[in-house]
Structure formats: C-alpha cells, structure tokens
Design a protein around this ligand. Structure first.
Ligand code: ATP
Ligand code: MG
Length: 425
C-alpha cells in the first residue's frame, strides 16, 4: 500500500517553508504597528460554533466543513476559518469589557472543496480581528492594514473591491426585494442559484455563471435600500480611504459567502491569478458578538489566503523586504486634528515607523495612559494650534520631555530619536 498525503492537502517542504515564514513574520512585525496582538486559537471547535456564526445555509457549513463525532459523542469541526473562534475566545476570556481589542492569527484552515489551483482542503490564512468598535475609521484602518500588508510583501497588481451590505434590517429588506424580482426568472438561474434562491438569496449576487450575472445585472441594487445610517457610515469609510490615498472599486454585487457580515465588505483580487484570484477578504460583522452571546458590539476583520498571496508574489517575481519594529502613539485633538493624525500615522507607517493611532474620542490624559500601557517610546499630538502653525508636539515618554517641531521634520526627527534609543538599548 502506497501512503500519500490526502487529496487537496500539501506538504510544505523545507525548501519552501521560508515562503510561509516570510508572510507570517511580516504579519508579526506589521500588525502590531496597528495595535494587533497575536492570538493562537484551537484548530478544533464544537461544530455549532460555525453553524451559528457562518450560517447553516452557507456553502462552508453545508458542504465544506470537516465534522466528526468525538468519543464523548460531541460534534466537532476542523476550523474552516478563524473569525468565529476569535469571537468565542474574546467572549470566553471577557475581553468584551475592554473597549477596542485587536487580535491577529495565522494557521491552517480546512474546507472539503474541490482541489484546484489556489484552492486546497488544508490551506493557511493570516488574519486580523478588531472587536468592540463601530467607528467607520476602524473599517478604513483595517482595510489600510490589509493593503499595507500586501504592499509590504511587495505586491503591486492588486485591486480593492468595496461594498456595503447594510445592517441586518437592510439585508432582510433587500432579500425580500430580490426574491420578488427574481421570482419569475427562477427557472433561468443556474442550479446552485436555484438553491440559493430558497436559502440565501443574497449569494445569487456574486454568482459567476454568465446567465445569472446577466439576470442579476438587471436586479435592484443593495445600495438602493441601505438605511441612512448605513449609507453615512459607508461614505465615511470611503472618505477615510480617500484621505489615505487608498484606491478602491465600488462593487455593488460583492456580498461574501458568510452570513455574519454587515455594512462594509471588501475583497482584494490579484490581476495575474486565474479563477481563484481573491487573495484577501473581510468586512464588518456587527451582529456576531451578540449572536454568540455577548453584548452587541461592532467588529471588523479580514483574512488572507497564504497560498494565493504566494502565487501572486511569484507572478510578480517579488524580492523580500525587511522591517524594524518601534512604537509611536499618535493623538489628534478635535475633528480636524484626528483626521490629520490619521493621515500622518499612515504616512509614518510607510516610513517603517510603528504607529498606534488613538482615534477614539477620549481625553488627552486617557490617550497618554494608553500610550504608556502600550510601551510607546514617543507620542505625537496635533490640535488646532499645531494645525494652524503646521507643527506637531513630540513627546518623549521615557524622559517626559516634549518639543514642538515642524510637521515636515517629523519623519527625520522620529527616525533619529528612535535610532538613538535603539543604540542605547
Ligand atoms: P473563495 O470565493 O475564493 O472560495 P471564500 O469566500 O471562501 O473565497 P474566505 O472564507 O473569505 O474565502 O477566506 C479568505 C481567503 O482565504 C480567500 O480570499 C482566499 O484567499 C483564501 N481561501 C479560502 N478558501 C481557500 C481554499 N480552499 N484554498 C486556498 N485558499 C483559500
Ligand atoms: Mg470558498
């Protein structure tokens, strides 16, 4: 008998492991710049965690999950994704008392789907989850972090697709409208869309079959039924991305295959990949924490497929960059100050400086306490005076000293000061 690895499951041999390590180490260096801390969650969970979060009627739960009964008669699943587990851990360990909490993870996921290029049964994901915040800047920050990761890895030819699916009520209202619209065209849809029609009609929106695409292109759009609040939030996300010069394509049919998404959803595709060209995907899931038994709280995250990002890197013949980690806490006072600091923070990250932006409206004192807790070496502050004078306050947290410096010198000042601290230590 010849023993081989299972179909759709890959050995990663020593000559290749550095490719997985490269992305994992990049995540470990880059995500903490955004305030994410690493979490390691189990590979097995009770099956009902996934049925309840991802949704009973989704492809992942219905067709793709590896489920077995353990010796105690419990139904156990190999994790098909990590968001549900992160939320479970967040609730189980009472992180829900702490305001905005940020986790990142990496590891294998399991889905019993048809193996092909870019689609495996055991594959690796790296992802982030930011829990306990409904602010639209968070959506933009999570997306910026995703784009930053892919750029830092060396990719160029990728595209950000953006949509809002609205809140639970918007989704339900749209499902009704779509049902009415598709009712008499039902027999024309592909076999899986005929099933989706009964069970999860929103999924017909991203069907790849040309016939369904044509029918859907004539259907009403989700953006037409969004509540004023959902619309407003979505506009704010777009404006924040504009501020960071992050380009995106609005894609009104983007819905994602998991039930827990609300409001912002996004995907990043790579031009040089074939049919499986989505390398990263994510969105908001404002109901999931409550659905799993917690107090209602907003949350947002993404996951990238390591194998697909590696295929994209190969397609672009990319070299491997190196990143230092250091730490600055950035505070903007007032509306103008916080918008400006959001922009500056992102600019510093591009300069290889680790920045945590305190954009939640809090007192200066509580921001400084937070900076201290995070062990940041420097704090930078912009208020109305600084905005008017094109300056910035630079505070040395170890020495307790502070200077007002010209905004245009911030990068060189920080690099020099962080450099001399690193020399001392
Ligand atoms: P797809 O439509 O490509 O199947 P999905 O909607 O199932 O993606 P998510 O559950 O959002 O994907 O997972 C996030 C990312 O993980 C995907 O964008 C992709 O890069 C990667 N991924 C998902 N399933 C697989 C798989 N079977 N093999 C390899 N990578 C995968
Ligand atoms: Mg899939």
């Amino acid at each position: 008998m010849e023993l081989t690895a299972l179909k759709g499951v890959q050995d990663i041999l020593p000559d290749e492991v550095h490719r997985w390590d490269f992305l994992e180490q990049l995540a470990q260096r880059l995500f903490p710049r955004y305030g994410y801390r690493r979490i390691i969650i189990p590979i097995i969970e009770e099956s009902r965690l996934f049925t309840r979060s991802i949704g009973q009627e989704t492809d992942i739960v219905e067709k793709e999950m590896y489920v077995f009964t353990d010796r105690g008669g419990r139904s156990i699943a190999l994790r098909p994704e990590a968001t549900a587990s992160v939320v479970r851990a967040y609730l189980e360990h009472h992180f829900d008392q702490q305001g905005l909490v940020k986790f990142f993870y990496s590891g294998p996921m399991f889905r019993g789907e048809k193996p092909q290029a870019g689609r495996n049964r055991q594959f690796y994901q790296i992802g982030v989850e930011a829990l306990g915040c409904a602010h639209p800047f968070l959506d933009a920050e999570v997306i910026a972090c995703a784009v930053d990761f892919l750029s830092a890895a060396g990719l160029k030819n990728f595209r950000l697709l953006l949509n809002s699916v609205g809140d639970a009520e918007d989704k339900a209202a749209f499902a009704k409208i779509l049902t009415r619209h598709l009712q008499d065209k039902r027999e024309l849809l592909c076999a899986s869309c005929r099933q989706r029609f009964e069970r999860n009609i929103l999924r017909t929106l991203d069907c790849k079959s040309p016939v369904c695409k044509k029918i859907i292109s004539e259907a009403p759009q989700l953006s037409d039924v969004l509540s004023p609040e959902s619309k407003q939030d979505f506009l704010q996300v777009q404006r924040a991305l504009d501020r960071l010069n992050i380009g995106y394509t609005l894609m009104p049919t983007l819905v994602r295959g998991l039930d827990y998404y609300t409001k912002t959803v996004f995907e990043i595709t790579h031009e040089q990949l074939g049919a499986q060209n989505t390398i990263l995907a994510g969105g908001r899931y404002n109901n999931l924490i409550a659905d799993l038994g917690g107090k209602p709280a907003g949350a947002m995250g993404f996951a990238l497929g390591v194998e697909r990002v590696l295929l994209a890197l190969d397609a672009e013949s990319v070299p491997i960059p190196v990143f230092p980690d250091t730490s600055v806490y950035a505070i903007g006072l007032g509306d103008n100050g916080s918008s400006k600091i959001f922009e500056i923070g992102q600019m510093l990250r591009r300069e290889n400086i680790a920045v945590q932006i305190g954009f939640e409206p809090r007192s200066l004192k509580s921001h400084l306490r937070q900076a201290d807790k995070l062990g940041c070496l420097f704090v930078i502050i912009i208020g109305d005076n600084e905005l008017a004078g094109n300056t910035i306050i630079l505070k040395n947290m170890r020495q307790g000293t502070q200077d007002v410096i010209g905004l245009e010198t911030i990068v060189s000042e920080l690099k020099q000061r962080i450099g001399s601290i690193n020399e001392q230590s």
